[in-house]
Ligand binder design. Structure first.
Ligand SMILES: [Zn+2]
Length: 431
């Protein structure tokens, strides 16, 4: 089972100056920056997934957050996606590079944003190893398996569009001599209809199927989808899980003969989760999670800036507290500051962040207590000292500080590495 990381243009400045919080002099974004696979050995994933909607702006579709520029798109088409992502060389030359359409980008539209012809051409020009047919997401999965006649027309239409696109897509890919492995996108309104779609795709000639629409589904429902699907298709047919958000539950899914899945969650959690920001293997097996220590830059924090503008607190005073918290963390890391002094310095600065959030005083007190608990645990256990990955070895305590993308993304890279190892261990155990 291969773990693919779904690309969101994640790279960091390897020469970032953590003490002064600035990039290396003359640093050029992307060119001087490093991807996780350039920075870490072993590589923290088995391959990458890139969404066409992130690369090519479709007419009438709103711009997504992750967007390549037109110049970047042209370079991807000219040099190939592998060269663009610098995911080649002896170490990575055969690693999977899967393309999909990024169907979320056009989910509100009546039809997919790209035609099968355009998609085949895009994957072929960009030299993907695998390409998913253009699908149209169906969100509700009804485990009661209602018949077609009881399902909304719009849903049936999405089902039919996905299948007819797949038919055209594989024909075009074959006409081109299969420059990439065609992967058939599966959508459906129920476990039964999903399994039926999978069988149809096999009949069209697909040897690899990608199950879409899983993102919002509960773990239990995903099981209810995969069980009949696996039984309906040939044992040798490969399965990919698209946007598998329940990455923590991957150990439950080893029985379905899944070949690959993609997820962003280990990286995203590093800075989007309230408390599960830093992953470590648990001594009891599985993973455990720690909260990062939040010391955001006052000048980049809108709440703090508003507070300064409204005269609630002074910029000078705030900066002092911010520096004090940072210094305490660095001293604590090398055994030169006490636990309680460090905790107090961090919480003192945190108090200002919380005061600025506009909540009622009672709620603020609750938030602070929660934060106190999370930070205490992280400081007590010093998880960053237990990790030997290239990121943690290089930047030490900075990895646990929630502050600027150069720390937050590095923590995400670390999480990818821990998660990847976790997946490999599960597979070893399973076999
Ligand atoms: Zn690490």
């Amino acid at each position: 089972m291969k773990f693919l990381y779904s690309d969101t243009q994640d790279y960091v400045d390897p020469e970032y100056d953590f003490i002064n919080d600035r990039n290396a002099p003359g640093r050029q974004r992307y060119w001087d920056d490093m991807y996780a696979h350039e920075m870490m050995t072993p590589t923290p994933y088995d391959g990458l997934l890139v969404a066409m909607s992130a690369v090519r702006q479709a007419p009438g579709v709103a711009k997504s957050k992750v967007r390549y520029s037109t110049a970047e798109e042209q370079r991807i088409l000219r040099d190939g996606i592998r060269k663009f992502l610098r995911f080649g060389g002896p170490k990575h030359k055969s690693a999977m590079l899967m393309g999909d359409c990024g169907a979320f980008a056009y989910v509100e539209h009546p039809k997919p944003a790209y035609s099968p012809e355009e998609v085949v051409e895009f994957y072929a020009d960009a030299d993907f190893t695998h390409g998913v047919s253009p699908d149209h997401i169906i969100f509700d999965c009804n485990t009661g398996n209602p018949p077609r006649s009881q399902v909304a027309d719009a849903v049936i239409e999405r089902y039919e569009i996905t299948l007819s696109n797949a038919q055209e897509f594989i024909k075009l890919a074959k006409d081109e001599g299969e420059p990439f492995e065609p992967v058939g996108a599966v959508q459906g309104w129920s476990p039964k209809s999903i399994a039926e779609a999978a069988v149809q795709l096999e009949k069209m000639g697909y040897r690899y199927l990608a199950i879409g629409g899983l993102v919002p589904l509960k773990v239990e429902v995903i099981h209810q989808v995969l069980k009949p699907l696996r039984q309906a298709i040939k044992p040798e047919t490969n399965i990919h899980l698209l946007g598998f958000a329940k990455a923590d539950h991957i150990h439950e899914f080893t029985g379905y003969g899944i070949t690959s899945f993609d997820s962003t969650s280990p990286l995203i959690r590093a800075f989007k989760d309230e408390k599960q920001n830093y992953y470590l293997p648990s001594p009891k097996g599985g993973l455990e999670y720690y909260a990062a220590v939040r010391i955001p830059q006052a000048i980049e924090n809108t709440r703090l800036m508003q507070g300064i503008k409204r005269g609630i607190f002074s910029a000078e005073d705030l900066r002092k507290r911010e520096q004090k918290a940072l210094e305490a963390m660095r001293k604590y890391d090398i055994g030169k500051e006490k636990f309680i002094t460090t905790l107090n310095a961090v919480m003192d600065y945190q108090r200002f962040l919380t005061i600025g959030n506009g909540e009622k005083a009672e709620q603020q007190e609750k938030d602070l207590q929660k934060m106190h608990k999370h930070v205490s645990r992280t400081l007590e256990e010093m998880p960053w000292k237990r990790c030997q990955c290239d990121v943690c070895k290089a930047v030490g305590v900075e990895v646990i500080i929630f502050r600027s993308s150069n720390r937050n993304r590095r923590r995400g890279f670390h999480n990818l590495g821990v998660y990847h190892k976790h997946v490999q261990q599960i597979l070893e155990k399973h076999s």
